[in-house]
Design a protein. Structure first.
Length: 355
């Protein structure tokens, strides 16, 4: 990382950028209130730091060891003003701001009527963003793969419903991009692109989604450590897109745990990640527990742990849901969760040690 002097000129900054490019690395420029900091994307060993340090306008050069330096707080600590939590604005919604954000909707979009009914009820319950899976990752090839599996026309129709429901109820929309072939299509319809847990390690998918320039919600793989999770978020940042929402959705349970909860929601990861990065972290208590009767408690706990929001599966009749009904709450339950979590957030946010 190169820290420029406060009085460095634009020409001096341009010279440093060009020297970095000459070494085969990509510069990542952050302009703070007082000074600019340039991160180096690529193998820093290729760079002659002594040479860069001697260039006019350079204050100092620092080797940042972390594999996720572009999204790390440490990166900004040197420059003043670059350490604040990143607020991601989508329509009227601010993720990582003063209020917790609720993303709600069905696990899978089934019909137009189902989606609109859930969207209306979720909005009334206090949700801000509408979710709905169209390309579903499933453990069995024989189960419903989402409407997207019905071919291009059906997929586009479902995406159109999602967009229309979002417009009608004034909610930005999000859906999962399961493969690279869907990136362009989905990006035309939604406000936030979701990378599912199973794809957290798919660096080509991460890069192509990032290049769309829209916010990306990245879910933690159920076998990934925190460092790995952040290292793969870095693939998105390295494409110049730092509008990344991190989502804790549980890791594999140990022993016989699976007979009680689908995954183990790792709530300690939320404050731990928040110390490392300025990106907002949300939690998904639906997939994190697999149990409707645990969603309320785990939602409250996640917000108490410092989550900037929650992603919750909701349906007017969970028993009827084609996918994940066992972990889906009703709109009434969602309202109760939203109300309680807002109260908890008010209490916690001003006192919590966010960094
Ligand atoms: C989802 O949110 O629809 C989903 C499939 O979750 P995950 O990727 O966390 O399993
Ligand atoms: Mn689901």
């Amino acid at each position: 990382m190169i820290i420029m002097k406060t009085d460095a000129t634009p020409e001096q900054l341009a010279r440093v950028i060009s020297e970095i490019r000459k070494s085969g690395l990509k510069p990542d420029v952050s302009k703070g209130e007082f000074q600019s900091v340039i991160g180096l994307v690529g193998d820093e060993r290729k760079v002659d730091f002594a040479h860069l340090a001697a260039l006019p306008g350079v204050k100092e050069t620092v080797m940042v060891e972390t594999p996720y330096k572009l999204i790390s707080r440490e990166y900004g600590r040197f420059s003043g003003g670059l350490t604040e939590n990143r607020i991601i604005t989508v329509g009227d919604v601010r993720i990582g701001g003063d209020e917790p954000v609720f993303i709600a909707g069905p696990c899978a979009v089934e019909t137009r009527e189902q989606l609109f009914r859930i969207a209306e009820a979720a909005k009334k319950a206090g949700a801000h963003i509408l979710r709905g899976g169209i390309f579903k990752p499933r453990s069995s090839v024989h189960s419903f793969q989402g409407l997207g599996a019905g071919g291009q026309e059906v997929a586009e129709e479902a995406l159109e419903w999602l967009r229309q429901a979002g417009e009608k109820f004034n909610m930005p929309v999000i859906t999962e991009v399961r493969g690279e072939a869907q990136v362009d299509l989905i990006a035309d319809y939604v406000d936030i692109l979701q990378i599912g847990a199973r794809n957290m390690y798919n660096q080509d998918l991460l890069a192509s989604v990032a290049r769309k320039g829209k916010p990306v919600l990245l879910k933690r793989h159920f076998g990934a450590g925190i460092e790995e999770f952040l290292s793969f978020a870095e693939y998105i940042a390295a494409e110049g897109n730092k509008d990344i929402i991190l989502c804790e959705r549980g890791v594999l349970p140990v022993g016989k745990g699976k007979s009680y909860t689908r995954y183990t929601l790792d709530l300690a990861s939320i404050p731990a990640i928040t110390k490392e990065t300025y990106l907002p972290v949300i939690a998904d208590p639906s997939h994190g527990t697999g149990r409707r009767d645990l969603i309320f408690n785990m939602s409250c706990a996640a917000v108490a742990a410092g989550a900037s929001g929650l992603m919750i599966e909701v349906h007017y009749n969970p028993e009827e849901a084609v996918v994940d009904g066992q972990q889906t709450v009703t709109p009434e339950e969602l309202k109760n969760i939203v109300d309680c979590c807002q109260g908890i957030h008010k209490l916690i946010a001003p006192r919590g040690n966010r960094e």
